[in-house]
Design a protein around this ligand. Sequence first.
Ligand code: 8YV
Length: 321
Amino acid sequence: MTRPTVLVTRKLPQAVEERLIKDYQPLLNKEDRPLATEQLLSDSKKADALIITGQNHLSEETIAQLPERLKAIATFSVGYDHIDLEAAEKRGFAVINTPGVLTDATADVTWLLLLAAARRAHEGEQLIRQGKWSDPRPTQLLGTEVTGKRLGILGMGRIGRAVAKRAKAFDMEVHYCNRHRLSSEQEAGAIFHDTPEDLLGVSDFLSFHCPATPETENFLNARRIELLPDGAIIVNAARGSLIVDEDLIAALRSRRIFAAGLDVFEGEPNLNPTYRSLPNVFLLPHLGSATVETRTQMGFLILDNLDAVFAGKQPPNNLVS
Ligand code: 8YV
């Protein structure tokens, strides 16, 4: 049997590419260049499956032009807001994502953002790198205590719960809002709120762990910022579109919001440039799942699913029915 052809839009961890070479005929992106939609469509002509990333936007129009022979679209991400699932389903493509394997890595980065924002890590680092740490004093770069504070989590799925678990080590009181209330075992002491607005009122720290959907788009706007306690801290390792950048920037400037830690941005990598100049925002370039272990597991999970597709079985992480 000829091995299926898989178009891979970006370079993947070595172990993943080795497995691809062993089991498939992969069209690898050796130079790791971004693939524009037109190029993706032309390269996909001989493909039985695609492995794309969040940077490849598969709209209805693009999906309509994918070849008839294609069986599956796998995205190297848990998020799938860049794919028109309905259009993919209509074409009969399996759509595969990578849930579960990036939970801990993303929860760890959430804590990196939270602690860095609270303790003014960016300003401290700048001081040293710019050779300006010349006068150590008791009132220098005072941050906000994390221990014992209230953490609000919007979206209590796997990642939200992993963040909550880590919060216990900081004696934090965890509050959450989710589409449905969790079992008490899953809640593990976290306090449920019926509405996101209710959650905001008790969130000294607010961390996003919900998907980007039409309902969550532009969630954090000026009106909702006003519901937060004074000097709250915002953490986002989910999706940039959840935040209205201009409104958060105004609140960071006025210090109504003490600080923010952001790993994701609307329009990334072209983030709102004002963020770069704000001292009270800690910025990372979408590193949530960026460990060798996690990115390798993401690739393996995709390949397990593709193996199932080409063995005529239902892939376990298929997003369309
Ligand atoms: C990306 C992510 O997959 O999983 C997601 O939804 O946003 C990230 O883990 C990562 O940037 C690799 O493309």
